[in-house]
Design a protein around this ligand. Sequence first.
Ligand SMILES: [Fe+2]
Length: 251
Amino acid sequence: MFSFFKSKSSSNRLQDFLSQSIQVDIHSHLLPGIDDGAPDLETSLSLINELAGLGFKKLITTPHIRMEVFPNTPAIIKEQLLEVQTALRTTSASVQLDAAAEYYIDDNFTALLQHNDLIPYTGNKYILVEYPMIAPLMNYEQRIFDLTQRGLTPVIAHPERYRYWHGQLNYYERIKDLGGLLQLNILSVEGYYGLDIKKCALELLKTGLYDLIGTDLHNERHLGRLKNLGTMSKEMKLLEAYNFNNAKRFL
Ligand SMILES: [Fe+2]
């Protein structure tokens, strides 16, 4: 009996946080078969339903665009979005679904930017970008400048996952000074990506450098770890006390 009430209260805690403070998930991989996220429509609908059940009012899903691995285009993403939106209407899920993309910053991205062939978030104000995981990108500052020059605010995905910047807050501060926004992966706080990444995420939370939060949800395993976060009292308290801008900027 006790464990029933315990698990009920942790899921309520996560649900309250997501439905009241966050409302919009701005980073996930929910469109079927076009990246390393949902492999088919059935999984896609199941993950969307679960996220809606956790309290999100709006999901802006962001398939990878990385030419040599996931050669997606705005047309492919829009076509898949329409298919899922249509199927979603036949279910009982009450959640708004939209799509943008998560761009890997490389030379191909520069070419797409030059040809204005991008799919930013609706409203063309923000664009989600990721840096390499292994080694720092040359000219990372210039890439931010190129985007802001075009009126796009870069949202840097999961900065805590770039180990080459760990312990060097000045890199994160520099991104903010140049006009970029920092997006925390919620599972970093749960410890899913490792303790060093969790440590960096907690540090960035304490310094107030994050602007946004996202699930970066790819699969059921991520969903399970997200639900587990609801049972982690200390971590939830930190998140609940933080002022994320998701609803203000994206609802
Ligand atoms: Fe992602």
